[in-house]
Design a protein around this ligand. Structure first.
Ligand code: ADP
Ligand code: ZN
Length: 741
């Protein structure tokens, strides 16, 4: 039986992009009674499954390799009642897929993260007042009626939800139900309410300083020009960058455009949300992975319909289908949390710039310590450079100095030098706060046996197990594997001879507790029990002055405002400089500048002390000497000289699998298959520094090419001709890698 005989001659065929790792869209036939255009969200069959997908633009002639056989085509099953995915977004998906050398469907997956949002939000049942009063007017009934009478739009009484009305009148739903039965209300359908109220551009505009005014004017001008531009807002911590870019947000809102603000740690930014609300009278809607699915669906839908005007989100907000996006702000643009290293490897900061350029609107990158990439782009004029060198008001930067640990060593087995302890004591005596920063979670980074020297290592990863004494566990920070802290060495069996090597925040807190028994101490680390909600409470407690000493990992470095913090101690300033990563200097400079920037934001004297065994190191010297420009100059010159990004292109290939010899063989075969090019240097394959992760062995290849070289085309050609992924072997492609582990 030929199916084709039943098909009408004018069979419509559409390209549909599915959220799967295919290299191009698939063809489907369109049922006679369905009208489809590119961007429509549809449901299509895929094998036995039904998947949500998007009608895509027709491929170029050359790409559609063979004509489709209509007999094999399956039909689109339904079209969702949902705004189309704009041409802008489709171009963005295609662009990102091209640049990262990932299948477009894998990028589309990020757009389709809230499947329930494709159906319209069900309307709510509401109550409309029909007039009149009940014969028996109890107190509760009177309160309900008065509330209804007071709230009207023009001539019309406002409609209420049953529970909303009861709640507002301070009574129970049964009272409202009773009144409905009496015929005072009729039940109607009301549209689903917005997840947040609309922010108002002029709600509480601040009085800006002259430096801030100038910066804000430049931003606002770019909004008014209504075209693509990228602006680097480069101002020291406390200069008021947030205040200033809020002016751009206000300008975009006034123009009827939506706004996206990207933040590196959205789950922790209560203070940001509060500031936004104080400025605009309503909080922004949020978008991050910690949201409940129902909320995600609402926000997605309302961004698409234009009901939500401002999103504050993590990097995945880039894929939200805004109706009329007119500004993206990337706060803390240098932050490495913007790099996604899972399936599709991309840097959300860079992709924000791309999205703005496709959408023809401005993008603002804000940071106290911009990335080298952004500084170079600003120097070359690709980005507009807006500088704010001074702190706002009477807030001054802390006095920074190093503590030479060779001259002022701590007692044996301890980690805090007498110099730092003295400074902490001074702050505490003035009822102020101190912060100790150490970027190491847990109690100790390494546990070893004093008898045989055995080191406790993760069985799935090349990493030491980290002792977490609060939980009495040894834990791997790469795969999460944990085991109870043993009493005997698992190698030689000797009891009670295990020692903790080096400090983690928990161990430091123990040391502080012994030295300052009266002080209220808190440990802030991303792995503490209680998660985000507890952390938020703790940050609030610190801000309110309910804590004396904070011991924290890099979690505390990010954007929090602690007005009473007048002493910041960096326990191990050398820590980040030790590894061989080409970005080690930049990262250390950024992290330590941010940490010490936590001090003294409320005027008055404050200190920052960096404990180091190598205080002459240029990065540490630049931070302490306040020589920001000097640091950038040297680092940029070094990158240029060594032909490192952004003066060259890097792509990392990570080959992994369960069998080490297979992985190595595949990596070597891949290298042999690399297309010849005099422009390209191939480094490796070499065993990755993290040679084993989650039971998978890893090898790395690094592609180095000149800035102007089209690495994507090169890699695509290579992957087409070279050996394919087989069995459990995977090849991940990381364009512009940030991590070299
Ligand atoms: P940055 O983001 O550059 O570190 P913020 O925008 O967080 O700086 O500002 C630092 C502090 O100064 C905040 O508490 C902020 O409310 C305050 N501030 C900055 N500018 C003003 C202003 N024009 N008026 C009042 N307060 C301001
Ligand atoms: Zn592990």
């Amino acid at each position: 039986m030929e199916l084709a005989l039943d098909l009408p001659n004018d069979l419509q065929i559409v390209s549909v992009l599915l959220p799967i790792p295919a290299l191009r869209p698939y063809s489907y036939s369109v049922p006679e009674d369905m009208q489809l255009a590119p961007g429509d969200f549809v449901q299509v069959p895929l094998g036995p499954r039904k998947v949500a997908a998007v009608v895509w633009d027709d491929a170029d002639e050359e790409e559609s390799t063979k004509p489709v056989d209509p007999k094999k085509l399956r039909a689109v099953e339904l079209k969702f009642d949902c705004p189309r995915l704009s041409r802008q977004m489709r171009s963005f998906v295609d662009w990102l897929s091209d640049y990262t050398v990932s299948p477009p469907g894998m990028v589309l997956r990020s757009v389709l993260r809230a499947p329930g949002a494709l159906d319209p939000e069900p309307p709510l049942q509401g109550l409309r007042y029909l007039g009149g009063e009940p014969e028996r007017l109890t107190d509760a009934r009177r309160r309900v009626l008065e509330l209804v009478w007071e709230n009207h739009q023009g001539e019309e009484f406002m409609s209420w939800t049953r529970s909303g009305l009861a709640h507002a009148a301070g009574t129970s739903s049964s009272v409202v139900d009773g009144m409905t039965k009496l015929g005072l209300f009729e039940i109607i359908q009301i549209p689903a309410p917005a997840v947040v109220a609309s922010p108002q551009a002029d709600f509480a505009a601040p009085k800006l300083s002259q430096q801030q005014r100038q910066a804000a004017d430049l931003l606002v001008t770019s909004i008014e020009q209504n075209q693509y531009s990228c602006l680097l807002l480069d101002g020291v911590t406390g200069s008021g960058k947030t205040e200033v870019y809020f002016e751009a947000v206000a300008a975009a809102l006034e123009q009827g455009r939506q706004v996206m603000i990207l933040l590196p740690e959205i789950a922790l930014t209560t203070t940001f949300l509060e500031r936004f609300e104080q400025r605009f009278g309503a909080p922004p809607a949020q978008w991050h992975s910690g949201m409940a699915p129902k909320m995600r669906e609402k926000v997605w839908r309302q961004v698409a319909t234009g009901q939500v005007r401002v999103i504050a989100g993590a990097r995945s907000a880039l894929f939200l289908p805004f109706k009329e996006l007119g500004l993206i702000v990337v706060d803390e643009e240098h932050d490495s949390a913007y790099k996604q290293e899972d399936r599709v490897f991309y840097n959300a900061r860079d992709m924000a710039v791309v999205r703005a350029s496709i959408g023809k609107f401005p993008c603002i990158l804000s940071s106290a310590t911009p990335s080298i990439e952004s500084r170079v782009n600003a120097d070359s004029g690709r980005y507009q450079h807006i500088k704010m060198p001074d702190r706002h008001g009477d807030a001054v930067l802390p006095d920074l100095s190093t503590v030479d640990m060779r001259a002022h060593p701590p007692p044996r087995g301890k980690f805090l030098s007498p110099v730092l302890l003295e400074a902490m004591k001074n702050s505490l005596e003035r009822q102020e706060q101190a912060l100790l920063f150490l970027n190491r979670r847990g109690y100790a980074p390494l546990t070893l046996c004093r008898v045989c020297g055995f080191r406790f290592e993760c069985k799935n990863c090349s990493a030491w197990l980290v002792e977490h004494r609060f939980r009495n566990q040894l834990q791997c920070h790469h795969c999460g594997h944990s085991e109870p802290t043993p009493e005997a060495c698992s190698n030689c069996g000797t009891l009670d001879h295990l020692v903790a090597c080096g400090p983690g925040v928990e161990r430091l807190a123990e040391e502080v507790d012994e030295l300052f028994p009266e002080a209220r101490i808190i440990v802030l680390s991303s792995d503490m029990a209680g998660g985000v909600s507890r952390l938020r409470l703790e940050l609030e407690a610190i801000a309110k002055g309910e804590i004396d000493i904070v011991v924290g990992t890099q979690l505390v470095a990010k954007g929090h405002n602690f007005p009473q913090m007048t002493c910041v101690g960096v326990v191990d300033a050398d820590l980040g400089l030790a590894n061989g990563d080409p970005r080690a200097a930049e990262r250390t400079f950024q992290l330590l500048s941010q940490v010490t920037g936590r001090a003294g934001r409320d005027g008055g004297h404050s200190v920052g002390l960096l404990q180091s065994y190598n205080p002459e190191h240029p990065v540490i010297a630049a931070i302490v000497g306040g020589d920001r420009e000097g640091f950038y100059e040297r680092e940029i010159a070094m990158r240029r000289q060594s032909s490192l990004p952004p003066f060259a292109r890097l792509v990392a290939l990570i080959i992994s699998g369960p069998d080490k010899r297979d992985v190595e063989a595949h990596a070597r075969a891949l290298k042999r298959a690399a297309p010849q090019s005099s422009d390209v240097y191939l480094l490796g394959p070499a065993e990755a520094p993290m040679a084993l992760v989650r039971g998978r062995h890893r090898y790395r290849l690094l592609v180095h090419a000149p800035r102007q070289f089209d690495v994507q085309t090169y890699i695509r050609g290579w992957m087409q001709t070279g050996p394919k992924e087989r069995g459990q072997i995977r090849v991940q492609i990381d364009v512009d890698p940030q991590s070299f582990l």
